[in-house]
Write a protein that binds this ligand. Sequence first.
Ligand SMILES: *[C@@H]1O[C@H](CO)[C@@H](O)[C@H](O)[C@H]1NC(C)=O
Ligand SMILES: *[C@@H]1O[C@H](CO)[C@@H](O)[C@H](O)[C@H]1NC(C)=O
Ligand SMILES: *[C@@H]1O[C@H](CO)[C@@H](O)[C@H](O)[C@H]1NC(C)=O
Length: 355
Amino acid sequence: MDSQRWVVKLVVVAAAVALLLLPTAPPGGARREPDVKNNGQTFVFNYTLAKAVVEYASAVYMTDLTALYTWTCSRCNDLIRGFEMTCIIVDVQNCLQAFVGVDHNTNAIIVSIRGTQENSVQNWIKDILWKQVDFDYPNMPNAKVHIGFYSSYNNTLLRPVITNAVHKARKLHGNMGIIVTGHSMGGAIASFCALDLAIRFGSNSVHLMSFGQPRVGNAAFASYFAKYVPNTIRMTHECDIVPHLPPYFFFLPQLTYRHFPREVWEHEVDGTTIFQVCDGSGEDPNCCRSVSVLSWSASDHLTYMGVEIAADDWSTCRIVLGQSVEKLQMSLASNIVTSGHSVDVVIANDSLQVG
Ligand SMILES: *[C@@H]1O[C@H](CO)[C@@H](O)[C@H](O)[C@H]1NC(C)=O
Ligand SMILES: *[C@@H]1O[C@H](CO)[C@@H](O)[C@H](O)[C@H]1NC(C)=O
Ligand SMILES: *[C@@H]1O[C@H](CO)[C@@H](O)[C@H](O)[C@H]1NC(C)=O
């Protein structure tokens, strides 16, 4: 189909332009009073809660595992200072990192997941540009998803270890709510995690709040997702390119990726930051989809709600994580790390590569 090819080409050109602009873009994040625009939607966006959750999504990118373990990392501050870590998961081969713990302020179990971006967002964006839905999601007829994102959750330690950690925390603290978060590919993995936990622990118990996540499945998957995980907020920021990927082709309903609701679009209007609650379709044309393809930006991907949200070290992820694992193991062995409570540390150092 010619029109399809044309759109794909346009998308690629726009992505290339966005990548070229990356190094020259100014740092985002001027703090201004939030302004929530509901546009007649009854859905409530809780700014205070979102601000805490974005800090968790940012903290999971920290490579110093010892500082994460002791919750003394530079991003382990502000609204999330009182967090009680219960489990840290690291998969060195696949460059995955996640933690589970209890936030006593919001009275919720937090699951925060970092996705692999190896050493550059650019390469990763190039990879997902071409990806078509290619995998039948189990027990959901007609639902198709991106196999790389799905297997990063299903076929690694993440699934069993997160499930077990959540189960343990709920046994200890009562049936607390669960907030699952992640940024970028971490947001994609967090979606599969939230769906899995919702099926296991009940839809009312699970909230998903992702930041700048790509699309993960087709329309059938999006509608199952909306049913199982109704408490979902998918934050997008200004011209962030990643929520536009892999592309959505409204004229190819069977083949295309499609977002699930509910998007909340952070963007600036006349110098004021607005948090716009979008419609229930998942693909509200008046939210981030209103941004022209030529304006898509990679730098808007790296800041959400004024919080820097990306890897703190862009060297080869496996090497950095490997070194950090060794340092943590040494600290644990020599009791340098003292802590009033126990943290389960689960490290995969020989897993198969997924994706
Ligand atoms: C928003 O979230 C904060 C932090 O969890 C909570 O204290 C507050 O009650 C919530 N506000 C509303 C209106 O639900
Ligand atoms: C998902 O994980 C389960 C349990 O480990 C496994 O049996 C199944 O084959 C996995 N699914 C896929 C598509 O890899
Ligand atoms: C990971 O495995 C490699 C090869 O088996 C080994 O050399 C390295 O020390 C291991 N790293 C950690 C942190 O255990």
